[in-house]
Design a protein around this ligand. Structure first.
Ligand code: SF4
Length: 338
């Protein structure tokens, strides 16, 4: 009887994330936790997309943090449970075939499709001093990221669905023009809780300095949690609170789900104060992250291991990429025939 290795029978998942350095609990609850779970069901390819990062960075000073950020991010991924024996973990620019495929796909992508992408318009507003071609071509490079590995499934939040739909349109156009080459990637919707930052207003973000890093010390975590904004209507300890509008409560949902009802009723009746409530949250976060922090600390003492994981990931990713590029070029008439 034929025996197929387990990995080959699984569908392939691709996901990329920008090199933002040390990850925060919003990254963990919104993406990394899901990445870890998907490893059981899929062959996962997870990529740190450093070339995408260049669309927003400009000049030697701004890129000087890039390599440190990649290393810190990979450390967090590994400590959180991404398994380099099962999954391919690598850095986008280490497999340069993605740039070649980006160019090939750009030939089948009408420019009008790119101008209508909402995030392009947002980026133009956000960085009017640096409206580079990379911003416009971002969806084409993203499509190349996915289809270079013939990934069939892409985990996305609802806000990323339009990007994936555009990737599917580009794939359909290529396949119609040159014959079936790439599978149309399917969205796997992830219903991650929206974790607001410590300001209770904006999404948790390192840039906004409203985050709690996974690798923060217990003391730092406590201090960060104690600085969080809560229900703005609760001015005094004796005021009843409204947990549904309080971000501390939302973080309890992620870290302290057993005690949610109790916290909610104690908040509404002012039986608990915000200081106590935050102390409880800090304790729960610290105890949940203890195994992660121990593993991260051990890994950080083995920089060669992290480098080897990244190099091995690139080797395995490139083996797939070379096959895809050969096939795409052949279909496009770029390979000399005998
Ligand atoms: S008691 Fe807790 S849930 Fe209620 S407002 Fe204060 S911090 Fe938020």
């Amino acid at each position: 009887m034929l025996h197929f290795p387990r990995l080959e029978m699984k569908k392939r998942v691709f996901s990329g994330a920008r090199p933002t350095g040390r990850q925060h609990i919003g990254n963990y609850l919104g993406a990394i936790q899901n990445y870890v779970r998907l490893q059981d069901e899929y062959q996962c390819i997870y990529c740190i997309v450093d070339i995408h990062a260049l669309t927003s960075l400009e000049g030697a000073k701004e890129v000087s943090q890039l390599q440190g950020n990649i290393r810190e991010m990979m450390l967090d991924w590994l400590a959180a449970g991404l398994n380099p024996q099962e999954s391919i973990l690598f850095v986008q620019s280490h497999v340069p075939e993605v740039l070649e495929l980006h160019t090939l796909l750009s030939m089948v992508t009408p420019i009008s499709w790119l101008f209508r992408v909402p995030t392009f318009k947002e980026k133009v507003k956000m960085q009017p001093q640096n409206v580079n071609y990379g911003l416009l071509g971002y969806p084409v490079l993203m499509t190349a990221d996915i289809v270079l590995y013939k990934a069939e499934v892409v985990p996305v939040g609802e806000d990323q669905l339009p990007h994936l739909e555009l990737a599917r349109e580009i794939v359909r156009r290529f396949n119609n023009l040159y014959g079936y080459t790439f599978p149309e990637p399917q969205a796997k919707l992830t219903h991650a809780p929206l974790i607001l930052g410590l300001d209770g207003v904006q999404k948790m973000s390192k840039q906004l300095n409203n985050d709690i890093e996974l690798a923060a010390s217990p003391q730092e975590t406590r201090e960060r949690v104690m600085s969080a904004f809560t229900d703005p209507a609760r001015k005094y300890r004796s005021d009843p609170g409204h947990p549904e509008v309080c971000n501390v409560y939302h973080m309890h949902q992620a870290f302290n789900s057993d005690k949610l009802e109790e916290i909610s009723s104690q908040c509404r009746t002012a039986a608990i104060g915000c200081v106590d409530c935050k102390q409880l949250l800090a304790q729960e976060i610290n105890s949940a992250l203890e195994p992660f922090r121990e593993k991260r600390s051990a890994l950080s003492k083995k920089p060669e291991y992290v480098k080897e994981v990244i190099a091995d990931g690139a080797r395995r990713a490139q083996a797939i990429a070379k096959e895809t590029i050969r096939e795409a070029k052949e279909k496009m008439g770029l390979v000399l025939r005998a």
